[in-house]
Ligand binder design. Structure first.
Ligand code: GAP
Length: 513
């Protein structure tokens, strides 16, 4: 745990030091759970967005993209269920005056039980050595089975109480488990209350005429209300999808863990409109497609897992999360939801407009079912960035900090380095930058010894360093150094573009899906 915390702290400080993420309005001591993307962060974020957009929109001839407004008619949120049901159960500690999500307090308690199981496994693995069979141990060790049973029973009760809106029982559970305030250790709790997560604002100049609005808590509704417009103008035939990326806002209470849970964040969502009755098939298909998209980045299958929901949101008949192994453990990265006809039917009801599709094959109209894929862009950023940050022991007993971002996503693709600041080398290096910059983001660096410049680019995540030296003056060749292997090759200057392109071209990566 201490290790995990330390690694996470390193991720946060590296993100700041190398111009990826700053706290919002830092000179005023920041704003909780709001962050700014800096010069490198903005590029990485843009590349992740583009990687998603190409895979979802450009490469699927039955998916189109839109860009709906953040402000929407307020009835949208009544229809979607967000006004009545987009709540978190909150509890206050009377002594520390700190506010918590009641379900998170209980889940953290269960996570501690799970950590005990891990500890037992580690102990046994050490004791039994090579002959250790983890599966068998988990299935037979009595202490582990007791922990497992306890954790399962707690989560089951929590799920049931939340489903039945039995907030008194959630409080009773917290008291029975003797959960204490993580800040003060006090067990003096208020009742559990529901708290709506939407931010409200007003449209209009005067108090009397102003209209109450919400900042959208998800981008999905902008797609639903445009369903018919897009279907008709794009002459789309079911099955088809509408995708969009954009900002969403939630007044999160437990807003910690850096950019994992933010109050202003960005989503990349796609709603796939299908024939009722085919939802299981599309649910399976999209689960697989989305997992393959993640795996195409080469971050390692062991870092991902599915978590199928038992407790379903008000709109879903099946739901699964793709969880990623963040520095603080496996947590939700993306949701795949079978949303039935809930949203379109609700908008029909509240708007009085028909939102149906005439199926020529079936010769009838119906409200389509929807399969949704929804991923947080900032969470994807954190997944990629935290996984990439590594400390490497080198052969000469030194270490290097290297940010092994997938080359296709790296903000800067190559740095051009003149070996010395004289003899015409900077001029030649600038010439190379001028030819490469039309295709890639290129850095130029002439300060410090070349070894230090390599380290700087390693920590920055730049996949290639190209060094211009005296031999370049003679035969137009340069050395190209690969970030991950540190290998260097001598190649002709006019080959550089092709070598970089091969490694960073989205086509090369996306064809792995
Ligand atoms: N339209 C469905 C929907 O919004 P969700 O599970 O609430 O579903 C989808 O959110 C994704 O958005 C999550 O998997 C997560 O990646 C991201 N997300 C949600 N809340 C977030 C927050 N406060 N900060 C950052 N990302 C968030």
């Amino acid at each position: 745990m201490a290790n995990q915390e330390e690694q996470f702290k390193k991720v946060i400080s590296h993100a700041k030091e190398y111009g990826y993420i700053f706290q919002s309005s830092e000179i005023y001591d920041g704003l909780s759970a709001v962050y700014d993307y800096a010069q490198n962060g903005a590029e990485l974020k843009k590349n992740i967005r583009e990687y998603w957009w190409k895979a979802m929109v450009q490469l699927n001839d039955n998916i189109v993209g839109i860009d709906a407004a953040i402000f929407m008619h307020p009835t949208t949120w009544k229809a979607s269920g967000h006004v009545d049901a987009f709540n978190d159960p909150l509890i206050d500690n009377k002594d520390s005056k700190k506010r918590y999500r009641a379900d998170v307090l209980v889940e953290d308690y269960v996570a501690k039980i799970e950590a005990k199981i891990d500890k037992e496994v580690k102990k046994a693995a050490k004791r039994f050595g090579e002959s250790f069979d983890k599966e068998q141990f988990l299935a037979t060790n009595q202490r582990v089975l007791d922990y497992q049973e306890k954790g399962d029973a707690i989560l089951k009760r929590l799920g049931k109480s939340l489903e039945n809106e039995d907030l008194a029982d959630v409080k009773a559970l917290i008291e029975e488990l003797e959960i204490a305030c993580p800040m003060s250790g006090s067990k003096n709790w208020t009742d559990v209350k529901q708290f709506n997560l939407m931010f409200g604002t007003k449209l209009g100049a005067t108090a009397e005429s102003a209209m109450d609005l919400y900042l959208r808590p998800e981008t999905a509704q902008g797609i639903f209300v445009n369903f018919l417009n897009v279907q008709k103008t794009g002459r789309m035939k079911i099955p088809f999808g509408i995708a969009q990326t954009g900002k969403a806002f939630r007044n999160e209470i437990v807003a910690r863990q850096f950019i994992f849970r933010m109050r202003e964040f960005e989503q990349m969502e796609m709603q796939f409109f299908i024939k009722p009755g085919t939802q299981q098939e599309w649910y399976d298909t999209w689960k697989e497609k989305r997992m393959n998209w993640h795996l195409s980045l080469g971050i390692g299958a062991e870092n991902y897992r599915f978590h199928d929901h038992e407790k379903l949101a008000h709109y879903a008949d099946a739901a699964s999360d793709i969880e990623f192994k963040f520095p603080f453990g496996f947590k939700e990265l993306e949701g795949i939801h079978s949303r039935t006809d809930f949203d379109l039917s609700q908008h029909e009801k509240h708007s009085g407009k028909k939102l149906q599709y005439f199926d020529h094959e079936e010769n009838k109209s119906y409200v389509p079912y929807v399969l949704e894929t929804s991923i947080g862009l900032d969470r994807m950023f954190l997944a990629v960035f935290s996984n990439a940050l590594q400390e490497e022991e080198l052969e000469n007993n030194t270490t290097r900090t290297v940010l092994k971002l997938p080359a296709v996503l790296a903000p800067t693709k190559a740095a051009v380095l003149p070996l010395l600041k004289r003899d015409g080398l900077p001029e030649l290096a600038h010439k190379l930058v001028d030819t490469l910059k039309w295709d890639f983001n290129i850095a130029y660096d002439e300060k410090d010894a070349v070894g230090r410049r390599y380290r700087r680019q390693d920590a920055n995540g730049t996949p290639f360093c190209i060094t211009v030296d005296h031999q370049t003056l003679e035969d137009n060749t340069v050395t190209i150094r690969h970030r991950d292997t540190m290998e260097q090759q001598r190649i002709a200057m006019d080959e550089v573009k092709a070598v970089i392109a091969k490694e960073v071209d989205m086509r090369e990566w996306l064809t792995r899906i």
